[in-house]
Write a protein that binds this ligand. Structure first.
Ligand code: ADP
Length: 594
């Protein structure tokens, strides 16, 4: 930018120098001409004056040499007076009044034109320039009497004009220096904002949108600075919002649960997200300039992409892909990307992991199958015994009684199964809410025991209690009674005659713990994780015989989860089982199922 200022200044100064030189020449000439004209006219006037004074005297011989000498000194000219014959009568320069060679030459030049008045002539005589003025001296009858010559060296005149040139040069030189100083200041004043604006523009072009210029003056240049700053601010805002949009989009794409793949029209991978890379076990560096089939080794996926390339149509498919040790269900949606002018830009493929949905669907199917199976057994039994009775067996009182008893048992089982199913569906229903109350957990367990006393007595099982918890917890007493009845009842059912069941309560700062420990048949390690599943029974015959539905622990687990609590189980086959329920003293405010 300094270059611009230098160029501008240089051009301006050159122009000014040319103008000043031109002006100097013109002025010099004018001054010189004026000086010369003034000098000439003065000498001419003087010579006329002298001539007329000589003429008045009448004779040339009466001329007073001292007066001529004085006049010559005043005028700084050489005065020569010739008589009619051309001989020198008076000369202010030479002692000897004889024409010197210069004067002779001059006289020769004038020739016979003596009577031409007010004439002057410039002659170059032996290297020196002289200016001569002559005036004819006449008698009273107007006849030529002599000649008055005034001469001066041009050098003396030149001295005068030289001074004019000197004065002109000095004054114009000073003017030039002044103009240069002021000019550089003025150009600096006007070019500095332009320089600064240019620098900001360069910074903006480089991508530095934080660059700003000064806006300190109120003139045209400040408009440039203001506009540049507005431009910079707008650009910065645009870039910031673009970056924000880009970040949002990147975050969205990177963190979406579904895997995303973008392929260009030549089959090169353009964009993938984290889920995609995790699923296909790929690193970002592996996805640079590669075709999709080089990184995807699942034939089904590649076929789907090919299909979109061929048909240029959307494709939606459910595919099962092996992933490490599991198999995952994906709903793959692929679509061609068509640009604004119907140009083919590539393909986008989205993989939704629907494994959980599929599992849920399977669970629902299993549940329906289990329910039907569970219902089928008592109903078949009731139907079979009723038909046998109707076929004639009812006539036999003994058979009638025993069959009716079986029908009653099966109906009870049916009833408890339906009750448990209803209970489970109620708990699992969206929006299921507990009626939380402050209750002493040990007291609650104490309230449950009388209900199960008969059952325990029948098997000669002793129930021991060790209540060490005094604390009160925020719980739903009705639901927790269900939990403890289920757990204690299971302990009684799965413990042989004469066994022991111990119920203990304990507490720490936050929680109350209830343990139901039996010394019964126990559960093997492999079965342990499955006992909370619906309809899962370790020993199907024993469970059925005891009136179990296989839904008890599923209900228990749901209720404890609704309390944000925890249920843990440890067991050893033929040694016994221990269930521990942990409940928060202050109920964590969360609604189950939401
Ligand atoms: P059920 O109605 O059959 O008892 P649950 O859901 O209550 O169903 O229990 C599931 C299975 O877990 C039972 O069938 C039984 O095999 C096992 N089980 C539960 N509690 C105990 C226990 N205390 N001791 C041994 N096995 C148990």
């Amino acid at each position: 930018m300094n270059k611009f200022r230098t160029k501008l200044l240089f051009a301006l100064i050159t122009l000014i120098i040319i103008v000043l030189i031109g002006l100097g020449i013109v002025l010099g000439q004018i001054f010189k001409n004026f000086y010369m004209d003034t000098f000439n006219s003065r000498i001419q006037k003087e010579s006329r004056l002298l001539a007329s004074s000589i003429q008045e005297n009448g004779s040339l011989n009466d001329i007073d040499p001292s007066m001529i000498k004085e006049l010559s000194d005043i005028l700084d000219v050489r005065i020569t007076i010739l008589d009619k014959s051309g001989s020198v009568i008076e000369d202010t320069e030479s002692v000897n009044p004889v024409l010197d060679s210069h004067q002779k030459q001059m006289i020769n030049q004038i020739g016979d034109k003596w009577d031409v008045k007010d004439k002057n002539k410039k002659l170059v005589i032996s290297g020196k320039e002289y200016r001569y003025y002559w005036y004819p001296l006449k008698k009273q009858d107007q006849s030529i009497n002599g000649l008055l010559i005034m001469s001066t060296e041009v050098d003396a005149l030149e001295k005068g004009t030289g001074q004019i040139w000197l004065v002109l040069t000095i004054s114009l030189g000073l003017a030039l220096i002044l103009i240069i100083i002021l000019g550089s200041r003025i150009t600096a004043r006007y070019t500095r904002p332009i320089e600064s604006a240019t620098n900001v523009a360069i910074e903006l072009a480089k991508g530095n949108f934080r660059a700003r210029t000064y806006e300190d003056r109120l003139d045209e240049t400040s408009m440039l600075s203001t506009s540049i700053n507005i431009l910079a601010r707008n650009l910065q805002e645009m870039v910031t919002s673009q970056e924000m949009q880009h970040d949002r989009l990147t975050t969205l794409v990177e963190n979406m649960g579904s895997a995303l793949l973008l392929i260009d029209q030549r089959g090169f991978v353009v964009l993938t997200n984290r889920t995609f890379r995790e699923f296909f076990n790929l690193k970002e560096s592996q996805l640079k300039k590669v075709r999709y089939h080089e990184v995807i080794h699942y034939q089904q996926v590649n076929k789907l992409v090919e299909e979109i390339f061929m048909t240029e149509d959307r494709v939606r498919k459910q595919i099962l892909l092996p992933h490490r040790l599991e198999r995952k269900h994906y709903e793959v949606y692929g679509a061609p990307i068509i640009g604004q002018n119907d140009e083919w830009k590539g393909i986008v493929v989205v993989f939704h992991d629907i494994t959980e949905l599929k599992n849920l669907e399977q669970m629902r199917k299993d549940f329906v199958a289990n329910v039907s199976h569970e219902l089928k057994t008592p109903i078949t039994s009731i139907k079979g015994f009723s038909e046998t009775l109707l076929d004639g067996a009812m006539n036999d009182k003994e058979t009638l009684k025993s069959f009716l008893e079986i029908i009653l048992t099966e109906s009870d089982r049916l009833q408890s199964l339906i009750q448990d199913l209803l209970e489970l569906s109620k708990i699992e229903k969206h929006g299921f809410e507990l009626s939380i109350e402050k209750q002493n957990v040990s007291d609650l367990v104490g309230e449950v025991l009388p209900i199960l006393k008969d059952k325990a007595d029948k098997k000669g099982i002793s129930i021991h209690t060790r209540f060490r918890a005094e604390g009160v917890a925020e719980i739903d007493p009705y639901r927790l009674k269900q939990v403890f009845i289920n757990l204690i009842s299971n302990a009684i059912v799965y413990t042989p005659m004469g066994g022991d069941v111990t119920i203990s309560t304990d507490e720490d700062a936050d929680q109350v713990h209830v343990s139901i420990i039996d010394n019964g048949i126990g559960i093997s390690e492999e079965e342990l994780p499955r006992i909370f599943e619906r309809f899962y029974r370790v020993d199907k015959a024993r469970s059925r015989n005891s009136g179990g539905t296989g839904l008890g622990l599923a209900i228990v687990k749901h209720i404890i989860e609704a309390h944000e609590g925890r249920i843990e189980v440890t067991s050893e086959v033929n040694k016994g089982t221990s269930f521990t329920v942990s409940l928060y003293k202050i109920f964590p405010e969360q609604t189950f199922g939401e």
